[in-house]
Design a protein around this ligand. Structure first.
Ligand code: FES
Length: 105
């Protein structure tokens, strides 16, 4: 298992034992105050928007074009730390990753 730490919409930190191979979104959407992920991971809704700390951002694969387009339309977009959680695949290297659910997600 890969440990993720999720700050939910109420500001509470919740630890999640994540399954590698699934996306971050698929691992955190079951939390009560987490991302809505309306499109189910098709990169077409941005309701899985999360913020990620700078040092972790550097370790993630770069945003693809579709993700950049969706995030650009998000009111809470922050170029330094915004990601769509459905576009981040969980791997063993992400053990300890901290994500903050964006306000509109
Ligand atoms: S779940 Fe819709 S863009 Fe990620």
């Amino acid at each position: 298992m890969v440990k993720l730490v999720v700050t939910d919409k109420d500001g509470r930190d919740v630890e999640v034992d994540a399954r590698a191979g699934l996306s971050v979104m698929e691992n955190i959407r079951q939390l009560p105050r987490s991302v809505e992920a309306i499109c189910g991971g098709l990169c077409s809704c941005a309701t899985c928007h999360v913020f990620i700390e700078a040092d972790w951002m550097q370790r993630l694969p770069a945003r693809r074009y579709e993700e950049r387009v969706m995030l650009a339309g998000s009111p809470a977009f922050d170029a330094a730390r915004s990601r769509l959680s459905c576009q981040i695949k969980v791997t063993a290297e992400l053990d300890g990753l901290r994500v903050v659910v964006a306000p509109e997600s």
